[in-house]
Write a protein of this length. Structure first.
Ligand code: FNR
Length: 379
């Protein structure tokens, strides 16, 4: 199958991956209403067609956290790249580098911060989950600084673990435990088994959480104290991060204007308007609906990024028209890396860039400076 768009990559990933892992990537939380709402709300944003404009040489160039980028996209942190592909995290980082855009590594990755930092040559951001033991947390932060991370992305919408019942039904939980159901699922997907699991076994065994502080633990088959401890994280921690971290500080998972204003007061550089891709809180609003009010409340020094549901370049254009200055993509590049490693992810990024440029031409915008609420169709 030839992939022409992100939906094609999704379909290919669905066939290739064991169901447990595809659903882990693809699905939402509880009744999964937000997953569909994110998409419907994006589709409902209509743009004004422009005709008879000279739109030769459309430029998608932008700046993300002070770095010039060919188009305003960064890869979102996802704890799944190394499950869907062999060394998927490094492959994603290299694909981002080829496209000239930043890559965000999650703390929960099984790839070392230092290895991914080397591959992510067009910007390396580290996403942080905060442990109860703040000293343990600082170890990760200091390691990220030493590896040259430009931004610390603190995820603020995960005070508790999400409820994802399908994972239980599929026999896939953390810590990972062998089960008949999972075993059969894997057996039915020999390409993944040979291309991913066997390669890990041949190159050093079961992946570990290599970035967790020593006192937290590291085996994916063992219980580690992870996200649940984020329940104690407050705005005071944000102030402490600001004092200690000299790079760019980003809060990911903001949906309210007052939270954006407070982030700016504390010296945060950017926020990501996000509902975690519909994976955390099923009663939350679609992120694209929350975006305009948040963008309006953000002072000039606070960059507003967006994620949750981006599958087309037109979605990037919609978010930019509604006040974002860049977007993060999660699942889109995961589908790509699942099917074609670095090439697949790089192709997804190229597709998104081309679609964005086409959408700009159709709305009469030659540069991103011209993309704002004026291209929105009233309604
Ligand atoms: C995520 N996301 C996420 N976010 C985060 O801050 N830390 C993490 O470890 C993860 N892990 C993760 C795993 C998987 C499989 C997915 C799909 C997502 C959320 C991610 O960063 C981003 O907010 C969403 O993926 C954006 O929505 P789309 O682009 O996937 O629709």
């Amino acid at each position: 199958m030839t992939a022409y768009n992100v939906a094609d990559y999704r379909e290919m990933a669905r066939r290739r991956l064991p169901r447990a892992f595809f659903e882990f990537v693809d699905r939402g939380t509880e009744d999964e209403t937000l997953l569909g709402l994110n998409r419907r709300a994006l589709d409902a944003v209509r743009l004004r067609p422009a005709v008879l404009q000279d739109v030769r040489g459309v430029s998608t160039e932008a700046a993300l956290l002070g770095r010039a980028v060919p188009f305003p996209v960064a890869i979102a942190p996802t704890g799944a790249a190394n499950i869907v592909g062999f060394r998927g995290e490094e492959a994603l980082a290299a694909a981002a580098a080829r496209a000239g855009v930043p890559f965000t590594l999650t703390t929960s990755s099984t790839s070392r911060i230092e290895d991914v930092a080397r591959a992510a040559t067009a910007g390396f951001w580290l996403q942080l989950y905060v442990w109860e033991d703040r000293e343990a947390t600082w170890q990760v932060v200091d390691r990220a600084a030493a590896a040259g991370a430009e931004a610390l992305v603190v995820t603020v919408d995960t005070p508790v673990m999400a409820n994802r019942e399908y994972n239980g039904r599929n026999g896939f939980a953390f810590p990972v435990r062998p089960s008949l159901r999972l075993g059969l699922d894997i057996a039915r997907h020999p390409r993944w088994f040979a291309g991913v699991l066997c390669r890990y076994w041949l190159s050093g065994g079961t992946p570990r959480y290599v970035n967790y502080p020593a006192q937290v633990g590291g085996k994916v088959t063992q219980k580690v104290s992870r996200i649940a401890n984020s329940a104690s994280v407050t705005w005071e921690d944000v102030a402490r991060f600001r004092d200690r971290w000299t790079g760019r500080l980003v809060l990911k998972g903001i949906l309210l204007p007052e939270d954006a204003a407070r982030a700016a007061e504390l010296g945060v550089d950017a926020i990501v308007v996000s509902n975690h891709g519909g994976r955390m809180f099923d009663a939350a609003p679609p992120a694209i609906e929350a975006l305009p009010a948040v963008a309006a409340a953000a002072p000039p020094g606070l960059q507003v990024l967006f994620d949750s549901g981006v599958r087309r370049g037109l979605d990037i254009l919609r978010a930019l028209a509604l006040g974002a200055s860049g977007v993060l993509v999660g699942r889109a590049t995961l589908y790509g890396v699942a099917c074609g490693g670095q090439e697949g992810a790089a192709h997804v990024l190229e597709i998104l860039r081309e679609e964005l440029a086409r959408g700009m031409a159709l709305t009469g915008c030659r540069s991103l400076a011209e993309v704002d609420q004026r291209i929105l169709w009233p309604g």
